[in-house]
Design a protein around this ligand. Structure first.
Ligand SMILES: NC(=O)c1ccc[n+]([C@@H]2O[C@H](COP(=O)([O-])OP(=O)(O)OC[C@H]3O[C@@H](n4cnc5c(N)ncnc54)[C@H](O)[C@@H]3O)[C@@H](O)[C@H]2O)c1
Length: 339
């Protein structure tokens, strides 16, 4: 099995903490180079990973024997750096959000077709046990049909880094929105009938939004709902799924608490009288049971292994460019509604 020589560009929170550590430890990759304009970060990487380092991006792309790069730089650099890498014959793992807008995302897809290079966007939540668990739940017959999925990503933080500034592609739509929209669209599909969205700035110090709401309904009748709120003191469950005969709610990082109806409900007739019997309101004494659908290590998919197989064997990507293009399309739609 041929190892791929890879470089990580951008040694910040995600580049250093995630990609460098994971690729250095991964048996299918050699982390041969890194790139960051900050000299100390380069020195630290050379000492930690015994790799080459560059402060200049274009020089990085010329590193001898390089097969692929991870682009983990601020979002406004994604499009130009990705196209440049592919022009130089390199395959690309790109950080989310894919780009600033749909136009840039399309340019990346065109370049990948022109230069015949693999491009995938790092959308870790779609590889997570939570995503696998949702798919298992949707197949369960005892819960009935799922008709409403809600994602709530709440906390209180007065954001003051580049991610809070519009000019660098900051804001919660591109940040948590890229994760949640990608997750939800790949579960519900994109055949929308109605879409409502709203953006707001509540606690952020920068000029970009820190509250994003999205509700849509698909032609198949599924409601997808996202509430991202970085100025919230509430603590709602991160994910809820409403079924015709059940309810599932994410329980921290452990799994889903799944509630279903115990036994069979007795038959019940429609009462057509306009004088409600005994002046009573309808009632159902429903017995329920709740169990934990636990997250297990096998529910986690290996993103890097999949990228390796896509490059070396033409295997289908877990995160396909057209799927992240659909995320960018939804993000553009939300921005337009907010204008
Ligand atoms: N997938 C995820 O879960 C996830 C999590 C966090 C961030 N991200 C994404 O990753 C990207 C980086 O975010 P971050 O939080 O790691 O940022 P960060 O500010 O922590 O790091 C950015 C790094 O890029 C370097 N850099 C700046 N300009 C550069 C250039 N021209 N060439 C090379 N390096 C350059 C900076 O010096 C810094 O080290 C963003 O697009 C962000 O949305 C994704």
């Amino acid at each position: 099995m041929a190892k791929l020589n890879i470089a990580v560009v951008g040694l910040g929170r995600i580049g250093w903490n995630q990609h460098c550590q994971a690729l250095h430890a991964h048996k299918q990759f050699n982390l041969v180079a890194v790139c960051d304009p900050v000299a100390e970060r380069c020195v630290e990487a050379e000492a930690t990973f015994q790799c080459a380092s560059y402060q200049d991006y274009k020089q990085t792309l010329k590193h001898p024997g390089l097969d692929a790069v991870v682009i983990a730089t601020p979002t406004h650099l994604h499009k130009s750096q990705t196209v440049e890498a592919m022009k130089n014959g390199l395959h690309v793992i790109l950080e989310k959000p894919m780009t600033l807008d749909v136009k840039e995302a399309r340019a990346i897809i065109r370049a990948s077709e022109k230069y015949k290079r693999v491009i995938t966007v790092y959308q870790p939540h779609r590889l997570s046990p939570a995503y696998t668990a949702v798919q298992k739940l949707l197949k369960r017959r005892d819960l009935g049909k799922a008709y409403h999925i809600k994602l709530n990503w709440h906390r209180y933080v007065r954001r003051n880094d580049w991610q809070s500034m519009k000019k660098y592609g900051g804001g919660m739509l591109g940040n948590y929105g890229a994760h949640t929209i990608d997750f939800l669209l790949n579960i519900t599909g994109t055949d929308f009938e109605q879409v409502f969205s709203s953006m707001n700035r509540v606690a952020s110090i920068g000029d970009a939004e820190d509250v994003v709401d999205l509700v849509y309904k698909t032609k198949q009748g599924m409601i997808g709902q996202i509430s991202i709120n970085q100025g919230s003191l509430a603590n709602p469950p991160r994910m809820e799924i409403y079924f015709t005969k059940g309810y599932a709610c994410e329980d921290s990082d452990k799994g889903f608490q799944v509630t279903s109806i115990k036994g069979k409900l007795p038959p019940k007739k429609l009462v057509k009288s306009l004088a409600s019997e005994g002046r009573k309101y309808p009632n159902d004494k429903v017995q329920t049971k709740t169990e934990l659908l636990k997250y297990t290590p096998e529910m986690q998919r290996d993103f890097y292994k999949n990228f390796h197989q896509a490059v070396t064997k033409g295997k289908e990507l877990f995160i396909k460019p057209e799927e992240t293009l659909a995320v960018m399309q939804m993000m553009d739609r939300i921005r337009k509604q907010a204008d």
